[in-house]
Design a protein around this ligand. Structure first.
Ligand SMILES: *Cc1c(COP(=O)(O)O)cnc(C)c1O
Length: 356
């Protein structure tokens, strides 16, 4: 039995319900990058349970994949498309995010709904809020289905989300599109401010158990479980070293177990390099430290103080007993974001799904 990833689809649904309850609006679940590495097919099928307004993706190919899966709801493509991608988007009945008069006119020639992307401070995509009058005419002759913006620091209490909101309101007013659908909130915005006065919210990472803001009213349930068996066992004498670079030296007689799981299975290679906390795994509900570097195919742990036998199942990410190792904790230990931990789980590990 190699390393395996189990995705808890019931937890995805409960996390989605928590977002819908807290915001009081419909969801546009973000399922880009293969649903943040969790597998887009099973995830969108599960999310039907919450009746989403539509889905959000990054590319035309991802949108086409949703259509091939039988999704009939709106699918918004959030990354700007080049003009030569528009025919394929139209053929798949995708909804592009447009931010220039030229793009709006090019799409108008093909027909179909579109969304106006307003840049209120992210400086990544869309028409800048202070330039929005440049698209007013085009948007008046080919009315968008909705107008949206994206926050750069919604997880922080630094006033920038409120400033971006003000810029967005100004832009919508300048456009004069009365009664238009608007949406702004990602997971962190929904967590932090709760009820939304907009038509929809766009949570991503929360659905997959990846965002938690200390002290906040809602916490996601873990979704991804990375588990692997103990494949080898040895006793190291004081002075023996473990793994590449010999970064760990045994100070006592140390029982070392080898897990059949490495960075090729989606466990970050740099775990432990950015702080010892988080560089642990769970065996029968107990935390045990990783010793030495994570390698491509194997990880070594210290099992001196516990019973451990070949074939025992170890949890690297997820819940075991009363304890849980979150993607945030693993990411922090590796110096990467929880988003990267999740997306990195699209890996060699055998993936399965659970629904209760
Ligand atoms: C990825 C993305 C989201 C979701 O963000 P999370 O932080 O994962 O909730 C929302 N809106 C846009 C435009 C995005 O690109």
């Amino acid at each position: 039995m190699p390393a395996r990833i189990e995705v808890d689809l019931s937890a995805v649904i409960r996390n989605a319900r928590a977002m819908a309850d807290r915001s009081g609006t419909r969801l546009i679940p973000m399922v880009k990058a293969d649903a943040y590495g969790m597998g887009v097919g099973p995830v969108v099928r599960a999310l039907e349970a919450v009746g989403p307004w539509g889905f959000g993706v990054a590319t035309v190919a991802e949108g086409e994949e949703l259509r091939a899966l039988g999704v009939r709801r709106p699918v918004i493509v959030f990354t700007p498309l080049l003009e030569d991608e528009l025919p394929a988007a139209s053929a798949a009945r995708l909804t592009p995010s447009l931010g220039s008069a030229a793009a709006i006119r090019a799409w108008g020639a093909l027909g179909g709904p579109w969304q106006l992307s307003v840049d209120t401070g992210m400086s990544r995509a869309g028409v800048q809020w202070r330039e929005v009058s440049a698209v007013r005419e085009a948007a008046a002759s080919s009315r968008p289905e909705g107008v949206f913006t994206h926050f750069h620091s919604a997880e922080l209490d630094d006033g920038t989300m409120q400033e971006q909101d003000r810029r967005f309101e100004d832009a919508v007013a300048t456009l004069g599109l009365s009664g238009i659908m608007t949406h702004t909130d990602n997971s962190a915005a929904v967590i932090r401010r709760g009820r939304s006065n907009r038509a929809a919210v766009r949570p991503g990472i929360f659905l997959y158990g990846g965002q938690s803001i200390p002290g906040s009213a809602v916490e996601p349930e873990p979704v991804a479980y990375l588990r692997a068996p103990v494949a080898d066992l040895r006793t190291c004498e004081p002075g023996d070293t473990v793994s590449y670079g010999a970064k760990f030296t045994a100070l006592r007689r140390t029982r070392v177990a080898t897990l059949a799981c490495g960075y090729a299975d989606g466990y970050p290679r740099n775990v432990g390099l950015h702080g010892r906390s988080g560089s642990s795994v769970l065996l029968r509900g107990r935390r045990l430290p990783i010793v030495g570097r994570v390698t491509m195919d194997m990880i070594m742990i210290d099992v001196t103080d516990v019973e451990c036998a070949l074939g025992d199942t170890v949890t690297l990410i997820g819940r075991d007993g009363d304890d849980v190792i979150t993607v945030g904790e693993v990411g922090a230990s590796a110096g990467i974001s929880p988003y990267e931990v999740l997306v990195g789980m699209n890996s060699r590990a055998v993936r399965s799904y659970r629904e209760d």
